[in-house]
Design a protein around this ligand. Sequence first.
Ligand SMILES: Cc1cc2nc3c(=O)[nH]c(=O)nc-3n(C[C@H](O)[C@H](O)[C@H](O)COP(=O)(O)OP(=O)(O)OC[C@H]3O[C@@H](n4cnc5c(N)ncnc54)[C@H](O)[C@@H]3O)c2cc1C
Length: 410
Amino acid sequence: MQAEQRGYEVVVVGGGVVGMSVALELDAAGTDVLLVDRDRLGGASTSRNAGGVRHQFYQDANILAALETSARLRQLVAEDGPVDYRQVGYLLLYTDDAQRDRLAEGVVRQNALGVDTRMIAPDEIAEIAPDVDLDGVLGACFGPTDGYLDPILLAAALRNRVLRSGVRVLEGTAVHRIESDGDRATGVVTAVGTIPAGTVVNCAGAWAPTLARSYGGDLPIVPRRSQVFVMADVPPLSPTMPHTFDCGSRFYVRPHQRDVWSGAAFKPILDEAPPTPGMAAEWVEAEELARRVGRRVPALAGRPFTRAWAGVIEVTPDDNPVLGWTHLANVYSAAGFSGHGICIGMGLAPSIGAEIRGGEPAIPLDIFRPQRFSDGSPAKLEGLWLQARPSRYEQWLASGPAAPQAGVTR
Ligand SMILES: Cc1cc2nc3c(=O)[nH]c(=O)nc-3n(C[C@H](O)[C@H](O)[C@H](O)COP(=O)(O)OP(=O)(O)OC[C@H]3O[C@@H](n4cnc5c(N)ncnc54)[C@H](O)[C@@H]3O)c2cc1C
């Protein structure tokens, strides 16, 4: 039977890491589920990110989700193909006391839940990451089980898993709107017809607010442009080189096979999520970013970035996703993962799936409820950058050391 000729218990809109993982959970529990994507599964932010996978979060639900994600990643690798998952650690370098205090606060929570992060002094940083110049560094937070993966391989492995499962899939089919009658959704309207649905799950990432608006809803998710810059074919770095964040100058650098990948915390706010999964990269920060990378990792000094891509991160006011029943009685939203959907999306999926089926989530989802922004709850900020992400280049520029003279990299 053609997918569009019948109705489904659940229609999941959006087949990124979140939608694919939720659809798999529902299918495994016996739900009749259709996964619809206007593109290829995994073609948007899920394959256009930096691939960082960490347990270093500040709130228990996120730490538990990250633990579940890493267990599921190991299982995915065993069953659905390599994703180049390397647990070489996350090294968060701090350059002032405020950064240290925030990192140390996270370590207490992480350790309490069994994550082996620790604060380390410069001499231990030098052992773990001999390529890193310690100028201005007071210490670091190190998470040995954190690491990175190849996002394109992850998208492919998850898609393989979905195609092997009982989930029905419609790719290349945009959902134009969610149709409703009173306080209930009745189905989704697509180019191949209206598909009746008992429940609709909005996993449309940065585009989730657009889908919500189609039935009169609203989601507090803002699209920001985020970019990854590549230095190709660099001299070999130490095999233990972790995914390294400079919290003072607000950038990261990490090896990727024979290249290194890097990005700045600078993430411009867009008026609207673009109609395509990605965008052309803008190179405004490239030169200064290369300088900061070269200053922190001298083996890379003087090297330019030769390639870059851009995607959209879907950011909420507190950097936590929106999870729960939204606006209509049978529409569930799971979006707004705010730049850490790879870290926690797969790990939260079993709890989201359980809740959609009327069961109890294994991870408490209270901090993710959309009502937190309107019921006076105190803000509980997540986020790795310790301060808000700058949306203007000048703000990011001001976070680093004074720019050196032309041609001088250190
Ligand atoms: C440059 C960059 C770097 C990042 N780095 C990291 C990182 O290091 N670690 C990390 O954890 N996270 C990172 N992220 C964030 C991470 O990629 C996202 O949080 C995650 O991919 C969100 O997954 P998702 O499934 O919610 O959204 P997406 O992967 O964007 O999936 C949404 C899907 O919905 C589909 N869709 C949208 N509208 C419709 C519609 N109307 N009808 C049908 N389908 C629709 C889209 O085609 C898309 O496939 C980064 C993101 C970017 C852009």
